[in-house]
Design a binder for this molecule. Structure first.
Ligand SMILES: [Zn+2]
Length: 371
């Protein structure tokens, strides 16, 4: 397999790209291909950043994070700048949730998994799925009264926070909210999460976020930088689009996701929230990712518009498959970089197996090797 790289890559702007593995296992050939895809775009003058998506303490292990960094260095991939560890960035995600709550586009959902399956079946006659395979949510809890929400929270009923998709689209389309921003906070203190009103005249929630006195390393919120999308005045983000380096301007359909979960019960944030936040925080200008994440990009674009973060460009790569056409996964232990290293393969051999062996010139000229 040959990985697609935009033909103008060497004349492209100095892209800031990132590789964002989840340390739930050893890196495999699919990771190698993905890492190099992003890395190649960042040459010669951009930056290649590394982010560890380690928010799930049940599944992520420090030893896998260490192994990932070590294997990447052995392959010749040394990240620019500090590694961002999502587990150290929780205060920033909570502030993001508080701001979304302040826009009035979040609501607590108390449904169990069984509730959702039942409701979805009843509402759509057959279970409907979002583009990412998740069940579409019926919106039942969207209609709960404030009093009912308070009551359930006071009882300690567990809940997730969902995006009110219709309101979110409305907000982006018209560039202003309804102003009464009463979202709900999440986590320990219950009730009234509220965002702080945020200076462009909408959604003045009555704010107490958690947002003060952070600023330690790793808590790099995109809100601090000069990061607000240039020229994004009221409604300017509509219609939602992004630039795909291969396909050109792509129109987004985030509504296909319905009211997605932005804060889970167990981990009080979600992948979609964190990845969108971090791409802005790390000022990533080109997101490189597998084709499997193409649909989710529409949702990420909506979150960027809500948060008034800049929109990066995107480049997608195919997913590596094994001989039987099955997508590679961490279960294929024999294909881990570590196992191949230990079996005596060289970095160049592993790159060839990953389908990125045609990048050796760039690699040798610009990339440090450690072994
Ligand atoms: Zn619900």
């Amino acid at each position: 397999m040959k990985f697609p790289l935009h033909s103008n890559i060497l004349h492209a702007p100095a892209w800031r790209t990132r590789f964002a593995p989840s340390p739930t296992g050893l890196l495999h050939l699919g990771h190698v291909a993905s890492a190099f895809h992003g890395w190649a775009y960042s040459r010669p003058d951009g930056a290649w950043l590394l982010r560890l998506e380690d928010i799930d303490p049940q599944r992520c292990k420090p030893e896998f994070a260490r192994a990932a960094l070590d294997d990447l260095a052995w392959l010749g991939l040394v990240p620019d700048g500090l590694v961002l560890r999502q587990s150290e960035n929780m205060p920033a995600y909570k502030r993001t949730l508080a701001r979304l709550a302040g826009l009035g586009v979040l609501y607590p959902c108390f449904c169990t998994r069984a509730d959702i399956a039942r409701e979805s079946a009843a509402m759509f006659s057959a279970p409907h799925t979002a583009p990412d395979g998740g069940l579409l949510y019926s919106g039942r809890c969207r209609h709960l009264s404030d009093a009912e929400r308070e009551r359930r929270m006071a009882q300690g009923q567990p809940y997730v926070l969902r995006l009110d998709m219709a309101r979110a689209l409305e907000h982006v389309r018209h560039g202003h909210g309804h102003g009464h921003g009463h979202g709900h906070g999440h986590g320990h203190g219950h009730g009234h999460g509220h965002g702080h009103g945020h200076g462009h005249g909408h959604g003045h929630g009555h704010g107490h976020g958690h947002g003060h006195g952070h600023g330690q390393m790793g808590d790099c919120g995109p809100d601090r930088g000069a990061n607000h999308g240039a020229g994004q005045g009221k409604g300017a983000a509509w219609p939602l689009t992004y630039r795909d380096l291969d396909r050109g301007v792509v129109a987004c359909r985030p509504e296909l996701f319905g009211d997605v979960v932005l804060a889970r019960r167990d981990v009080p944030v979600s992948y979609h929230l964190c990845v969108t936040h971090d791409d802005a925080a790390q000022t990533v200008t080109l997101v490189t990712r597998g084709e499997d994440l193409r649909p989710a990009t529409d949702l990420h674009r909506l979150l960027q518009a809500l948060m008034r973060w800049p929109t990066p460009a995107y480049a997608f790569h195919p997913l590596l498959c094994d001989e039987s056409g099955r997508r590679l996964s961490k279960r294929d232990g024999a294909l881990s970089v570590r196992a191949m290293r230990e079996a005596g393969l060289t970095p160049a051999q592993i790159l060839r197996r990953a389908g990125v062996g045609d990048m050796p010139d760039m690699l040798q000229s610009t990339c440090r090797r450690s072994g």
